[in-house]
Write a protein that binds this ligand. Sequence first.
Ligand SMILES: C[S@@+](CC[C@H](N)C(=O)[O-])C[C@H]1O[C@@H](n2cnc3c(N)ncnc32)[C@H](O)[C@@H]1O
Length: 223
Amino acid sequence: MTTSDWAEVDRYLVDTLVGDGDSETLRANAAGGLPAIDVSPPQGKFLYLIAKTARARRVLEFGTLGGYSTTWLARAVGKGGQVVSFEYEPKHAEVARANLDRAGVGDRVEIRVGAALDSLPILAEENPEPFDLVFIDADKVNNSNYVRWALRLTRPGSIIIVDNVVRQGGIADAATTDANSRASRDVIELLAAEPRLDATVLQTVGGKGWDGFAYAVVLGEDD
Ligand SMILES: C[S@@+](CC[C@H](N)C(=O)[O-])C[C@H]1O[C@@H](n2cnc3c(N)ncnc32)[C@H](O)[C@@H]1O
């Protein structure tokens, strides 16, 4: 099996079951010169379903890009919900803002432009209501920092998802010198060691190749 076989399966699933989410966003991202590193439509729908299952009303996202995953999440939180999304690149945030407004969910999404590690203390200072779901999909080398921050901004039962942790199998190589694979190993070891979290990692294939995501739940005293 190759990436093109997996992509063909993704196309079949989009046509029959998943829908494309918002292909207009993907077109606008390409027109704006953004890299095509958004989640795939089946992955976006999966995020949407997780948020729906958890009845999430407040979502925190790391890495907006052009707002493709953000749109799925914003639809899931519904009219009264809120998504706060961190994005480093002003150009990405500008394209995302236009996409989210056009998709009709702009009023429930706040994009905070800048390095997430700079934006996080400001957000925490505002003492926000706990987030029900955190989706981490920005600079991979900071994944462990983002999980530590997510723990401060969530509650027992909240979900933390870290995307792209399998890195085409790179995480299985203990001697890897690839910074992103090292960061994946670090975050997986953090998830394993952190008593306030219980987690697994699922490998995925599809149009975006071979990767996978970590799924963690925040534990309470009774868990
Ligand atoms: C993989 S893309 C996000 C894709 C998006 N979640 C989606 O699926 O549509 C990663 C994004 O994180 C942003 N980013 C990189 N470093 C960052 C940082 N330190 N703080 C916030 N965002 C960052 C990049 O500019 C890029 O837009």
